[in-house]
Design a protein around this ligand. Structure first.
Ligand SMILES: [Mn+2]
Length: 324
């Protein structure tokens, strides 16, 4: 039996679909959402993509992003809609979709498609596979099972999902299957160079200056096995930068020689610090993030701590140091 047979039966019988993904959407969320939308179009009367946070600037080059709705800008009519199925992509827990939770009329209509190892299977159907590099790979697998006649726009979306979640094929989640999918995408005519240029090679002046400022304040602990960077609103204001400009910053502490865990602390509000963890070879950052109510993957995870930056930093680094 096909892996997605139950879902395929269901989408054949249903007409209206809401697609969503996590807060602070990334390339995998946006790419997977657009990819799934193309797949469902032949089966649906209506498909809406709704997110709690806007599509980041660096992903707006993808066709279809203009049609993605922002929760807080929905009109009354859309707020009251009852969809036949709700697809949540790239979310380990339902809470990850943020305010969009308020649009879900029944948990029994949730289709959960994700690759986080700590996914708590909150859907009626759960397609969770932590061995794939990106949720985009799962959407691709669905396309194959559907026998979909997918086109370049689908390919651009899926390739963006994979390129961003593998850090341009650098991370250990990149498999032979990942490359097989990309080979198919190249044959389809996907312009991978355009994606790479858009995602990794178009820095704004403020974002480059933010990198400089952040690197200037790089800190280390545990004989350089831990390295971190911290950013607050003041720094952003001073440089004319935005939180969006912090995307990918965590890879700098991670890239330091001898580092096992790289961390980015962001003071995003009053008594509210977001923490991103990356590890290089063995340290399970998802388990560590769990200790603070967060989660993720073994090499990439995060949490939010209800403390000011300095205190959050001290709490996390002390706890982490004790493990080295
Ligand atoms: Mn992902």
């Amino acid at each position: 039996m096909k892996k997605y047979q139950n879902l395929i039966n269901l989408i054949d019988k249903r007409d209206t679909f809401l697609l969503t993904s996590h807060v602070s959407p990334d390339g995998d969320s946006i790419g997977s959402l657009l990819g799934l939308k193309y797949l469902l179009e032949p089966y649906a009367k209506e498909i809406d993509i709704i997110l709690a946070d806007p599509v980041p600037e660096y992903l707006r080059f993808l066709n279809g992003t203009d049609d993605i709705h922002l929760y807080e800008e929905l009109d009354f009519k859309m707020n009251k809609k009852d969809y036949d199925l709700y697809f949540t992509l790239d979310c380990g827990t339902l809470e990850r979709i943020g305010e969009v939770q308020q649009l879900i009329s029944a948990d029994e209509k949730i289709i959960n498609i994700d690759h986080h190892g700590d996914n708590n299977e909150y859907g009626v159907y759960n397609y969770v596979d932590s061995t794939v590099s990106a949720t985009g790979e799962l959407i691709y697998n669905l396309a194959i099972e559907l026998g979909s006649n997918y086109q370049v726009d689908f390919g651009m979306a899926i390739t963006t999902a994979i390129i961003t979640d593998t850090g341009n094929f650098k991370y250990s989640n990149t498999s032979s299957e990942t490359h097989r999918i990309i080979a198919d995408m190249l044959e389809l005519g996907v312009d991978t160079q355009k994606i790479i240029k858009q995602v990794y090679g178009t820095e704004s002046y403020s974002s480059l200056r933010l990198k400089g400022e952040a690197l200037n304040n790089l800190q280390i602990a545990a004989q350089q096995q831990i390295a971190w960077i911290s950013i607050n609103q003041e720094t952003l204001d001073h440089l004319g930068a935005t939180w969006e400009d912090t995307e990918g910053l965590v890879n700098y502490p991670r890239s330091l020689k001898d580092v096992e865990v790289g961390i980015l602390f962001k003071e995003v509000g009053f008594n509210k610090t977001r923490v991103s963890f990356r590890s290089n070879t063995y340290f399970p950052v998802d388990e560590f993030a769990h200790e603070f109510g967060g989660g993720g993957h073994s090499r990439a995870a995060g949490c939010t701590i209800q403390l000011p930056l300095i205190e959050a930093e001290e709490l996390v680094i002390d706890k982490l140091e004790s493990k080295f």
